[in-house]
Write a protein that binds this ligand. Structure first.
Ligand SMILES: Cc1ncc(C[n+]2csc(CCOP(=O)(O)OP(=O)(O)O)c2C)c(N)n1
Length: 533
């Protein structure tokens, strides 16, 4: 007779989930006993990093990814990352150990009190099986919750004495045989209506969101935009966790400003705004204004009913984004509209000492590999990065949709593990790097060949910029003097160097990107500023 552990690992196998990201404690050891050879365990040294790595792995592989955490303190440490994963629509199965059943009521040490509440409200489902026998079915259910659109994390707390128990064979057989497929074609009548609106519109515009990428819709988006002669903006950053349209395309105009007034101003003159694969809109900060230009209507296509419900304006169509785009392509003939005027590209950055964030991004652009993937957490240089790299391949950009720091440095390792053939470059502010710095050890120990580029400006630049916007003077805690990420990385086993001039930065990056047997870190001091070009 097999055990609950053996039956549960069989559930993982049927879902292709053979990589577990974890940080173990005594309450998780019974799950890890006799760890099967066909599985791999990626150790992260702190839970935010564990979840961040799994988030990157899940997004870059498109598969539900297993995270194993240590009862209450482990799940507690992970909550920021779980919030990021929900915003990123990353399909995660999160399991955590729990005291043995006989000691939960007495709340013995390491009992996860109110286990279901700890990851709330950032999971789609939270559960502790009522009986040991229910563990495999509960885990199967959590996997289905995680993978159904909108994807996201689902949580199961498992008492540590459950793993040796006997399963219910009939229920296991059924759980193993089940499949749940959630790719939904949007209402065909709604799509016909939208096609009619696009055909009639005088000056429509297309806003590309990250779910185009997640659902495999780049080709359909490009074909629709070209057929209809549409100008394209990317949904505001932060919020656009992925890129949904090639940013070197002639119809691409840039990133929509992330605040109400400026976004509406940017869209003025358009009579139809079609938003695909994004919330409407991930605004931040609050700059009031009209929600839409005078006379304009907005139609949103999203896989997420909550995104549809909470939009403050427009009509929403819920369903799979790529299926919707493909259907629109069939419904619409070619349009006579001329494409938009090409946007102005950023010129050569000024030569300064230290170099600017724009110059650092220009150095990266010089050596950017065609199939490169950027994982980005560099608040004051994100726009410069987008403008200079002009990423043009699917699956090339990962950014925390919620704005929670600690995602980037960890996710880069997960993305690289999921995409071993593509070079991953993780661009970080030295402040952002601290939230997941322990992932340096995992990158070194598992020889994950990520190139980390750290921009060192000795401050929380973006917060100083926000202080100006919010009229805040005299706020403490915005300076980071003497924070040397390269030295810290070396201590974790990552080869690191600090470079200064633009050419030297480009050369160091070229060499680091070419390394295939482990991580490299390049740190470059940059001058103070918000780098927007
Ligand atoms: C978990 C978390 N804590 C705090 C913040 C607030 N925050 C936003 S940006 C930022 C500073 C980032 O500094 P750095 O990475 O050095 O980038 P810079 O702004 O200097 O480019 C902070 C602390 C956050 N977004 N997430």
């Amino acid at each position: 007779m097999r055990t609950i552990r053996e039956a549960t690992f069989e559930v993982f196998r049927t879902h292709g989930m053979r990589t577990i990201f974890g940080n173990p404690g005594s309450t998780e050891l019974p799950m890890l006993k006799d760890f099967p050879q066909d599985f791999s365990y990626v150790l992260g040294l702190q839970e935010l990093v564990v979840v961040g790595m799994a988030d990157g792995f899940a997004q870059a592989s498109g598969r539900v990814t297993h995270v194993n955490l240590h009862t209450a303190p482990g799940v507690g440490n992970a909550v920021g990352g779980i919030g990021n994963a929900l915003a990123n629509k990353a399909p995660l199965l999160i399991t955590a150990g729990q005291q043995v059943r006989p000691q939960i009521t007495m709340e013995a040490n390491l009992t996860n009190r109110d286990a279901l509440l700890v990851p709330q409200p950032y999971v789609k489902w939270s559960h502790e099986p009522p009986r040991a026998k229910d563990v495999p079915a509960a885990i199967a259910r959590a996997i289905h919750h995680a993978s159904l659109p909108p994807c996201g994390p689902a949580f199961v707390s498992i008492p540590m004495d459950d793993w040796e128990a006997e399963p219910d064979e009939d229920s296991i057989r059924q759980a193993l045989a089940r499949g749940v497929r959630g790719r939904a074609l949007p209402d065909p009548v709604a799509l016909e209506d939208l096609a009619g609106m696009l055909a009639e519109a005088r000056n429509p515009v297309f806003i590309a969101g990250g779910d185009i990428d997640a659902s495999g819709g780049w080709d359909a988006a490009v074909a629709l935009v070209e057929k209809q002669g549409l100008p394209v903006w990317a949904t505001p950053a932060p919020g656009g966790g992925r890129i949904g349209f090639p940013e070197d395309h002639a119809n691409f105009l840039g990133i929509l400003p992330p605040a109400i007034g400026p976004a509406t101003e940017t869209l003025s003159g358009h009579d139809l705004v079609v938003v695909v694969g994004s919330s409407v809109f991930p605004y931040y900060p609050y700059i009031p204004g009209s929600l839409l230009p005078q006379g304009a209507v907005l139609v949103q296509i999203t896989c997420d009913p909550a995104e549809a419900a909470r939009a403050p304006m427009g009509t929403a169509i819920v369903g799979d984004v790529t299926l919707a785009l493909e259907q629109l392509l069939e419904l619409l003939g070619p349009s006579e509209r001329p494409g938009p005027q090409a946007r102005a590209l950023p010129g050569e950055p000024a030569e300064t000492d230290p170099i600017s964030g724009s110059a650092a991004m220009a150095a990266l652009a010089e050596v950017w590999p065609q199939d490169g993937i950027a994982v980005v957490e560099t608040p004051s240089s994100t726009i410069a990065l987008r403008n200079r790299l002009r990423l043009s391949q699917p699956g090339s950009y990962y950014f925390s949709s919620s704005g929670g720091l600690g995602f980037g440095i960890a996710a880069a390792v997960g993305v690289q593990l999921a995409q071993p053939e593509r070079p991953v470059v993780c661009v970080l502010g030295e402040g952002s790097a601290q939230y997941g710095i322990t992932v340096m050890w995992t990158a070194a120990a598992y020889r994950v060949p990520v190139t980390f580029l750290v921009l060192r400006n000795e401050e929380y630049m973006i917060l100083k910029w926000f202080a100006g916007l919010e009229g805040v003077e005299g706020a403490p805690g915005l300076d980071l003097e003497g924070l040397d990420v390269a030295t810290v990385a070396e201590a974790y086993g990552v080869s690191a160097q600090e470079v200064y001039a633009r050419e030297e930065t480009a050369e160091a990056l070229r060499a680091a990107i070419a390394v295939e047997d482990g991580p490299r870190l390049v740190q470059v001091p940059v001058s103070s500023g918000m780098w927007l070009d």
